[in-house]
Design a protein around this ligand. Structure first.
Ligand code: SF4
Length: 240
């Protein structure tokens, strides 16, 4: 039985594995999944610090592994510049963006609908167009209140596996990996951001919760855009 079938206690792994053991575990998970799903395994690269770790790990497993980026009209200029730099380095990274018009300031009064339109929908397009059978994310279970109950391998949508290979990493270990491997990150981290999203919905905070700067002042505060909670295959109702 491989690591993909593990039934380990994630909270224990967070506390008990060393940095090196976590790196090796993540590499093994990606390697086993790539063996199983081949080109159907695709990295969802949000361009955040966790995603760039997963991307670097995937490239260590096999440089041919593909990825997709979902961007929006509201991403900060720094993130767009960083995105173009990454895509120039890695042509196997494909960009998806929904350019449809949305009501002005929708993110203020209905951020769920805004995220569904600008983030969830293009993620569904990516899964479909790239013929993804296993998508790989940078989720970590210590990131915030909405991320405590995930597993490393999940099937939330029938026929679409989800691999969370760095689920048990702590924030400190992310920065450890990035520093030790000279991985370039979005320059906005130098300003003090700890979790990055669209400009109107991302703040710098001093709260312990890593995602507390997301959607401040809305019911979504510290929460999720929806790509981890909404269906990515099959029927989709856009209105919330
Ligand atoms: S993060 Fe904000 S601006 Fe971006 S899609 Fe979601 S609600 Fe809209």
């Amino acid at each position: 039985m491989g690591l993909l079938e593990n039934n380990d206690n994630m909270k224990e792994l967070v506390e008990n594995l060393t940095y090196k053991e976590k790196v090796n575990r993540s590499l093994t998970l990606i390697d086993e999944a790539y063996d199983r799903y081949g080109d159907g395994l695709v990295i969802a690269n949000s361009l955040g610090k966790d995603s760039v770790v997963v991307w670097a790990l995937a490239k260590m497993v096999d440089p041919k592994i593909r990825g997709f980026i979902v961007t929006t009209q509201f991403k900060p200029r720094e993130t767009i510049r960083f995105m173009h730099g990454e895509v120039a380095k890695y042509p196997e990274l494909k960009i998806f963006r929904n350019d449809e018009e949305i009501p002005e300031n929708l993110y203020e009064y209905d951020p769920d609908r805004c995220c569904n339109t600008l983030k969830v929908l293009p993620t569904r397009w990516a899964i479909d167009e790239m013929d993804v059978s296993c998508w790989v994310t940078g989720l970590r279970c210590t990131e915030g209140r909405t991320r405590t109950d995930y597993r490393e391998v999940e099937e939330r949508d029938e026929g679409l596996m989800k691999l969370n290979p760095i689920l048990v990493w702590k924030e400190r270990e992310i920065w450890q990996f990035l520093a030790l491997n000279n991985v370039e990150v979005n320059p906005l981290y130098a300003e003090g951001y700890r979790s990055l999203g669209c400009a109107p919905c991302t703040n710098i905070t001093t709260d312990d919760n890593e995602r507390s700067g997301r959607w401040v002042g809305t019911s979504k505060c510290g929460g999720e855009c929806g790509i981890h909670t909404r269906p990515l295959k099959g029927e989709f109702v856009l209105q919330t």
